[in-house]
Write a new protein. Structure first.
Length: 128
């Protein structure tokens, strides 16, 4: 599964796939998987891209705004970022990014993220 996602990410980042082609590939249950609770253990390589079916939640650990700590809850971050509503499910792109010096906390879309200092891993979400 990881190799298939890496291949899709390669073509996506290189502009070789249209949004329509990408969505069609990911909607096949054999390519995009359900999101894990957090990105813990998946943030080792900055620039790595994952495609997950994410369900929005309003509860869960969340540190940061727009860029979230590696152990933040993906579904809560999706609602916080305005990409999903609670209990809504969509395909989203998760990109591992360099961690900021600190993670600011904010309240958005009914979800509160807590500020946090330095953390070794970070990621951001985007729509497909």
């Amino acid at each position: 599964m990881k190799v298939v996602q890496e291949l899709i990410a390669y073509f996506d980042q290189g502009g070789k796939l249209s949004r329509r082609q990408l969505r069609r590939l990911l909607e096949q249950h054999s390519v995009a998987t359900d999101a894990p609770t957090s990105m813990r253990g998946l943030c080792d390589k900055v620039g790595a891209v994952f495609y997950f079916r994410v369900t929005g939640v309003t509860e869960g650990q969340l540190w940061g705004t727009d860029i979230y700590s590696g152990d933040s809850t993906i579904g809560a971050a999706a609602v916080h970022a305005g990409l999903l509503k609670p209990e809504e499910t969509k395909l989203l792109r998760v990109t591992v990014v360099p961690p900021p010096e600190k993670f600011p906390g904010t309240v958005r879309n009914g979800v509160t993220s807590t500020p946090y200092g330095a953390y070794p891993h970070a990621w951001r979400l985007s729509a497909i």
